[in-house]
Design a protein around this ligand. Structure first.
Ligand code: UD1
Length: 367
């Protein structure tokens, strides 16, 4: 059997690493020549891509499609046009896609139309917010996938409610948390940025189009963070989408703006912080496992398990609510948090177990 394992954007790299390693560790599994890493090139800057491969010990991609940035239609189309010849050249039995970025849906669609089976890792997450490009990507990818690997039981329920056949769904845990388990000791040993002490700073990330593409919305959120910075310094690694939008906004001197960080330094920063303010998806999960309070500045989340049993609170984008919740934490209050089932560092192993048990497909490429 031959597998193409696809990643395209920053949050994908932590999700493919454990799957690649689980394949490599199988004595009777496929050889490395039969598990090919595909990088679509959706993210391409050194600190959004290459540094992650280095930090995560993932080998250089076998195939780099180098598609770069563009509108959603341009980027998705370019990935599809570049991925199709790769499929025709390598004839995979399975294409494995992860997460919810444009690369995920583009490669799933391309494969399925060629008659290649698709496995989706992190299936079944739903924000119910169709204004999020990621929600559209999740729905489309899940609708056509042959195997759906879920991170939690709520995602299993979502898929069952949508009528997905029981035998396609496998609750395996969270490969991003596999990576965290492998790397946390190393990350904690890295020095913190100058002048920061453990437990005495907050971390901020902001990159959702709904938050950063509107100058008014961004100014309101930064206004709230300015108020929080009166009490605690805030480290803000700024995503390239957000950088140009910050120019017109007044920023508190205790908000430290830094370049996007690669995986290990960022994990080390979060793990020793007092709290995290974010609009990211994956950081909601990482803070839950680390037991760090997380305020998610969005009206909804596709990861409700992190609020139900973890340390995450959805605070929306009302500045007063953001400041109130942050003060509550800084006053010493805590919510007891637990770690979701199967977030135990072994999801990659479970995924490979399922894949290696799949029968060969009788028909070949439909092209
Ligand atoms: C994408 C994903 C989002 C994910 C995020 C993580 C989609 C629809 N969105 O959003 O789900 O949470 O990645 O970062 O797939 N840029 C660079 N260097 C890069 C990549 C991007 O400078 O390596 C800049 C470009 O100006 C680009 C902008 O960032 O236009 C946005 O990048 P893009 O990949 O379109 O979307 P993200 O906001 O990163």
């Amino acid at each position: 059997m031959k597998y193409l394992l696809v990643a395209g954007a920053r949050p994908n790299f932590m999700k493919i690493g454990p799957i690649y390693k689980a394949f490599s560790s199988r004595r009777n599994g496929p050889s490395t020549a039969d598990v090919l890493l595909v990088h679509t090139g959706q993210h391409y800057s050194r600190n959004m891509s290459d540094d992650f491969f280095r930090d995560l010990d993932i080998p250089e991609p076998d195939i780099n499609l180098e598609v770069g940035s563009g509108s959603h239609a341009e980027q998705t189309a370019r990935i599809m046009m570049a991925f199709e010849p790769a499929c025709l050249e390598h004839h995979p039995d399975w294409v494995i896609v992860v997460g919810d970025v444009n690369s995920t849906v583009a490669c799933a669609l391309t494969s399925k139309k060629l008659g290649i089976r698709v496995a989706h890792v992190e299936a079944g997450l739903r924000s119910r917010d169709m204004s999020m490009p990621e929600e559209i990507n999740r729905l489309c990818t899940d609708a056509i996938s042959d195997l759906l690997f879920t991170t939690d039981t709520l995602a299993v329920e979502n898929l069952r409610n949508e009528g997905v056949a029981h035998e396609k769904i496998h609750f395996v845990g969270n490969t991003m948390i596999d990576t965290l388990c492998q790397k946390i000791d190393h990350a904690r040993q890295l020095p913190l940025p100058d002048g920061l002490a453990p437990g005495k700073y907050a971390v901020l990330t902001l990159h959702r189009p709904a938050n950063v593409d509107s100058p008014q919305r961004l100014a309101l959120i930064i206004g709230a963070i300015n108020a929080i910075a009166d009490r605690i310094p805030v480290v803000f690694p700024v995503h390239p989408r957000t950088t140009p939008r910050l120019k017109e906004i007044e920023i508190h001197p205790r908000i430290r703006i830094v370049e996007p960080m690669s995986y290990l330094p960022f994990l080390g920063l979060v793990a020793r912080s007092r709290m995290v303010l974010t609009d990211s998806g994956g950081i909601q999960e990482e803070t839950t496992v680390l037991g760090i309070p997380c305020l998610t500045m969005r009206p909804n989340t596709e990861r409700p398990i992190t609020c139900e049993i973890g340390t995450n609170v959805l605070v929306g984008t009302d500045p007063q609510r953001i400041v109130r919740e942050a003060h509550w934490i800084l006053d010493g209050n805590t919510r007891p948090g637990a770690i979701p089932e199967k977030w135990d560092g072994r999801a990659g192993e479970r995924i490979v177990d399922v894949l290696l048990n799949q029968p060969a497909q009788l028909s070949g490429l439909s092209c």
